[in-house]
Design a protein around this ligand. Sequence first.
Ligand SMILES: Cc1cc2nc3c(=O)[nH]c(=O)nc-3n(C[C@H](O)[C@H](O)[C@H](O)COP(=O)(O)OP(=O)(O)OC[C@H]3O[C@@H](n4cnc5c(N)ncnc54)[C@H](O)[C@@H]3O)c2cc1C
Length: 304
Amino acid sequence: MENLFLKKLIQILPEERIKLKEPMANHTSLHIGGEADYLALPVSTEEVCAVISLCKQEKMPYYIMGNGSNLLVSDLGYRGLILKLGEDFSNIQVSGDGTVRAQAGVLLSKLASVVADHSLTGFEFASGIPGTLGGAVTMNAGAYGGEMKHCLTAAKVLDEEGNILVLKAEELKLGYRHSILQEKGYVLLEADMQFTYGNPEEIRQKMRELNAQRREKQPLDKYSAGSTFKRPQGYFAGKLISDAGLRGYQVGGAAVSEKHCGFIINKENATAGEFLAVTRDVIRIVEEKYGVRLEPEVKFLGEF
Ligand SMILES: Cc1cc2nc3c(=O)[nH]c(=O)nc-3n(C[C@H](O)[C@H](O)[C@H](O)COP(=O)(O)OP(=O)(O)OC[C@H]3O[C@@H](n4cnc5c(N)ncnc54)[C@H](O)[C@@H]3O)c2cc1C
């Protein structure tokens, strides 16, 4: 049978930037996830808008992803189209006054390096977060006392009706791992950030120190999606999980990291179902023992 949706999609994107039945395990830091019906790799705002508009017209479910570093995709995959905003959508412009404009698909490590190359300080915290700018703005990513909120000045987004809006930082409702993008289903296209001039050697040194701290504390040699849970107010998720006796707790191939209990890892060929089982058991046992309900930070995509 002729695939009319695909025929229309090929009019927007060249075939080499459309993948069919694409295993999402190849696109997530957990290395877990079944096939997405379609994976599209747009390179421009026009393409992003056109693909989304086509999905709406054809009632094709769609989802936006960046680097997949905060994402658990179902073993059944995703029935619909995933738009991956990655390295083909990652232009960076640096101005003399310390303002930086970048497209959503740029990796934070790359952006932090470019910012440092221009002797600008204020983005060192982000250099070890393995996501894109799009994911970081959406999640208000943060680490070591820094967060996107501190440097963002504006964001260009696509709303549900297909309008492009430019929102000022104060309109983004940036809170702990939260932004208006999650509330309204906005797509981040590009963001403006403001930094100040600093000493290039000190900037690089700080980045090295923070990344060394990460390597020491986090299971970076294992597949994960970072901290599985948000930090509950007044507690640390990792400590609660450790105190509950769950260090190393395992279901199938998924396990609570021995090194950092806040991370659930794909230890050996874990399925999404096994990852979810560990997540649910951890939530239940911590709540029974301490009356604190942990909330996942990781996003779940597809049917579970
Ligand atoms: C080893 C490791 C360490 C980590 N350390 C940290 C840390 O220190 N601090 C921290 O905050 N996080 C951390 N994370 C989690 C993760 O890297 C961040 O949440 C990151 O911001 C996610 O970006 P991404 O591009 O991978 O997003 P994805 O995982 O692809 O998507 C995450 C969410 O953002 C949405 N999204 C992505 N791009 C867009 C866009 N352009 N427009 C609209 N929505 C979009 C997706 O729909 C999804 O809801 C870590 C993860 C790992 C694996």
